[in-house]
Design a protein around this ligand. Structure first.
Ligand SMILES: *Cc1c(COP(=O)(O)O)cnc(C)c1O
Length: 422
């Protein structure tokens, strides 16, 4: 089926007389007829639901839809995008291990990996996403367990060369994890370009209305853990907490995603509430239509800003003049997303005056939903950093992140025009 049809139908096929819309299973627990039937679930000998901290039918229906959209073998919904990226890495990394990540990533992920993972004893090397092959090779260590990047970076909207990063990771026997939040599977399926694990903050376009915080981890099922068994003892050697079960033997292609549920969800929680999964499911039904409109709107706005004398620079991979244009045509031929970055001529105060003059576009920490919004990282999310520190983090001091929603482009352009005039 085509992606639009998958958005509406994948993961849920009601049988005779069952609800047309996927129902919310608002239940913490599930009933069994015999003690033995329940015992088998705890041994992972039978599949079924017993407690919503690990699995819930509503979550699984929605996760199955996302897994199909991404072309994976399975997926798990998490309480947030942060939780998704945490679980995706921690499922195969522990104290004493090392990971490589591109430096050009979402600030929250940068903190998670650069501070919290290091605190847990997981070492990390940050590489520029445009690093040379030699620089990339040099980042690998014997204890490297994964490579991480974002399809489209937040806030810079730069395009990751997924094939190059995947090939390099695979040469070293480790998987590539890609955060695909901004393009969504409608505009890019990283697994088709060699990514092994895909994550999302579903808080953004997937929900799309700005109502629920959530995340998802998708397993491509393509990485051969057993071929690198020495690196991944958690998947390839007996798990004492499940009577000596070996995930890669018992679950094959679904080993990684099964361990994420039965081990990490069991121990850390961070499940998405079923009610939130239901909202996410509703959002997914219109994702293909919304992404198209976000991209059309954003391209019109980006073309307008590019033509304004007050605008010093603009980055949007859909613009022919953007250095990322050719790469975007390869990875995101149908469009990128609604987010762009730009700077005004002049100082911070001038940027603030511009933002304060906007009427329709609102100042928000959020991004990527139906309402257009704007953020100035130097004044908001990265406020504690000096201009030099900002540049180090890959954020220009004058960068404004503009997220174009589903309003009519004409109204958005009129709003930007009047604010620029002020
Ligand atoms: C927002 C975001 C996250 C974090 O997701 P939350 O749902 O806010 O926890 C991770 N990655 C990217 C690319 C994001 O934009």
């Amino acid at each position: 089926m085509k992606k639009g049809t998958q958005c509406v139908h994948a993961g849920y096929e009601p049988k005779n007389g069952e609800p047309r819309q996927m129902p919310v299973y608002q239940s913490t627990t599930f009933k069994y007829d015999s003690s033995d039937a329940m015992g088998r679930l705890f041994d992972l000998e039978a599949s079924g639901y017993f407690y919503t901290r690990l699995q819930n039918p509503t979550n699984d229906l929605v996760a199955a839809r996302i897994a199909e959209l991404e072309g994976g073998v399975g997926a798990v919904l998490t309480s947030s995008g942060q939780a998704a990226n945490f679980f995706a890495c921690f499922n195969i990394c522990e104290a004493g291990d090392h990971m490589i990540t591109t430096a050009n990533i979402y600030g929250g992920t940068y903190n998670l990996i650069g501070w919290s993972f290091r605190k847990m004893g997981i070492d990390v090397t940050f590489v520029d996403m445009e690093a040379s092959d030699e620089e990339l090779e040099a980042a690998f260590k014997p204890n490297t367990k994964l490579v991480f990047g974002e399809t489209l970076t937040n806030p810079g909207v730069r395009v990751l060369d997924i094939e190059r990063f995947a090939a390099t990771a695979h040469r070293h026997g480790v998987p590539l994890i890609v955060d695909n939040t901004f393009p969504t599977p409608v505009n890019c399926r990283p697994i088709e370009f060699g990514a092994d694990i895909v994550t999302h903050s579903t808080t953004k376009y997937m929900d799309g209305q700005g109502v629920t915080v959530g995340g998802v981890v998708v397993d491509s099922g393509k990485f051969d853990w057993m071929a690198h068994a020495d690196k991944y003892p958690g998947l390839c050697t007996p798990d004492a907490s499940y009577h000596g079960l070996v995930y890669a033997d018992k679950f094959g292609k679904a080993a990684y995603i099964t361990k994420l549920v039965t081990h990490l969800m069991r121990d850390f929680g961070s499940i998405q509430a079923p009610q939130n999964a239901f909202y996410l499911g509703l959002g997914l039904q219109t994702l293909h239509i919304r992404m198209k409109k976000h991209c059309e709107n954003a391209l019109a706005v980006a073309r307008f800003l590019e033509s304004c004398p007050e605008v010093a620079w603009i980055e949007y991979p859909g613009l022919e003049s953007d250095p990322m244009y050719a790469r975007a045509q390869k990875y995101l031929p149908g469009g990128s997303c609604g987010v762009m970055a730009f700077g005004l001529k002049g100082d911070r105060a001038r940027a603030e005056r511009f933002m304060d003059s906007l009427k329709l576009v609102t100042i928000e920490t959020h991004v990527a939903d139906c309402h257009s919004c704007i953020l100035h990282p130097a004044s908001h999310t990265h406020r504690q950093l000096s201009d030099d520190q900002l540049r180090e983090a890959g954020v220009r001091p004058d960068l404004m992140r503009l997220s174009i929603g589903l309003e009519e482009a004409e109204d958005l352009i009129a709003d930007l025009k009047q604010a620029l005039a002020k």
